[in-house]
Design a protein around this ligand. Structure first.
Ligand SMILES: Nc1ncnc2c1ncn2[C@@H]1O[C@H](COP(=O)(O)OP(=O)(O)OP(=O)(O)O)[C@@H](O)[C@H]1O
Ligand SMILES: [Mg+2]
Length: 383
């Protein structure tokens, strides 16, 4: 059984990470589909899916959506019992949900939600998206409604911040600024934290210095909520370190994304976790396996020269066409060879147990058929 097939049939949590645009959302959706087809109750938490993929997964609104079985199993040949639910993160709205959850009462909740400072930063709170992904993950885990939860990650070098997002949120509440804010306003104060300073400056620019009062009110309103965050952070950490929580690192065979993949693998290792599977997506097919690129180029030149030496334009034109094709084949073989080399290197440098190669497809992966095709390449056959 392939590694990824074992993950979709046995793991409880699969986190898809990697640098921007490599195919994290696609892989997450495709793995979720395979999980459902294997008879499991699956939820996939997506972040900013392409519009057409969102439509495919029924994510028209912001509500969670169960994809009807006849859509993801049109031939009726998937294992019984499977379900596929897709969720999309909406950072601003979800932070409101978080405030609602941890507020001691309706009054505290409203005080925060109606606070002007809060309203202006709710969507931009540093690490919010990462934190929210973890929050939803934990919620779904606790609900007991899902056998498998596949988590997509945001498109940034900071994507793995989710590993310490809970800790960072706590740090925000812990930090000096927070403490200062909690003090009665005296003689003006200096804001120390970089991230917060930026927010304060940005917000201040928009709505003026009166904002300071709002900020103070905002932090006061948070009083007593820290314990909730702290408990949740511990629970998320435990869940991420659980033996049936797995990490799938997605990369493209391009040099820059490989460097990023190594960076991500190191960060995963820093947290005492491991890369369970490495996916190389959008790999060019090798049309001339084992071919010697230089010899192909030499052949193209020889054919072109031979055509030019022939009397008459027809032979010349035919030779040119053949020479052009040989040159294209040489280019493709060169790309394929370069990518193969890069992939060998990434497997070694990320210490991943082998690379699963997904070819560059002719079209974007936005419908269920295409997801299925990717899913099958990822996981291999069901038996
Ligand atoms: N193997 C493939 N062949 C062709 N197109 C692909 C393949 N994999 C993904 N795509 C397409 O590439 C685009 C980027 O993929 P995707 O959105 O999954 O990447 P991502 O890593 O989630 O990006 P971001 O970092 O922006 O969130 C999408 O339009 C997707 O349909
Ligand atoms: Mg994405």
């Amino acid at each position: 059984m392939s590694t990824l097939r074992a993950l979709v049939t046995d793991a409880h949590v699969v986190v898809c990470c990697g640098t921007g645009g490599v195919g994290k959302t696609t892989s997450a959706a495709a793995l979720a589909l395979e999980g459902a087809r294997a008879g499991r109750r699956v939820a996939v938490i997506t972040i900013d899916p392409a519009r057409r993929l969102a439509d495919t997964l029924g994510l028209g609104g912001s509500a969670d959506a169960e994809v009807p079985r006849d859509r993801w199993d049109p031939d009726g040949d998937a294992a019984p019992g499977g379900r596929l639910t897709a969720l999309m993160l909406d950072p601003a709205a979800t932070f409101d949900g978080l405030v609602e959850r941890y507020s001691a009462d309706a009054e505290q909740r409203d005080r925060i939600l109606e606070n002007r400072f809060y309203r202006s930063i709710a969507g931009a709170l540093s690490g919010t998206q990462e934190y929210m992904a973890m929050e939803r993950l934990h919620e779904l885990h606790e609900s007991g409604a899902f056998d498998l939860i596949v988590v997509d990650t945001p498109p940034s070098r900071h994507a793995l911040d989710f590993l310490d997002a809970p800790a960072r949120l706590i740090r925000l509440l812990d930090n000096r600024v927070f403490r200062v804010m909690m003090l009665p306003a005296r003689r003006g104060f200096r804001v120390a934290s970089g991230a917060l300073q930026l927010f304060v400056r940005q917000v201040g620019r928009v709505i003026g210095t009166a904002v300071i009062d709002d900020i103070i009110a905002f932090f006061r309103a948070f009083e007593g909520m820290e314990q909730g965050f702290r408990d949740r952070a511990d629970a998320v950490r435990t869940l991420l370190a659980a033996p049936d929580t797995t990490f799938v690192l997605v990369t493209s065979p391009r040099r820059d994304s490989i460097d990023e993949a190594v960076f991500f693998a190191d960060r995963i290792a820093d947290h005492g976790l491991r890369v369970d599977a490495l996916v190389a997506n959008r790999v060019h097919p090798d049309f001339a396996p084992g071919a010697d690129v230089e010899r192909l180029r030499g052949l193209a030149t020889a054919v072109r020269d031979a055509g030019a030496a022939e009397p008459g334009p027809d032979a010349d034109a035919a030779a040119r066409r053949t020479a052009d094709r040989l040159a294209t084949l040489a280019d493709l073989a060169e790309v394929a060879a370069r990518e193969r080399e890069a992939l060998d290197r990434v497997a070694e440098r990320t210490r991943a147990p082998g690379v699963v190669v997904v070819p560059l497809l002719a079209r974007d992966v936005h419908d269920l058929d295409a997801l299925r095709a990717v899913g099958q390449v990822l996981t291999g056959p069901a038996n």
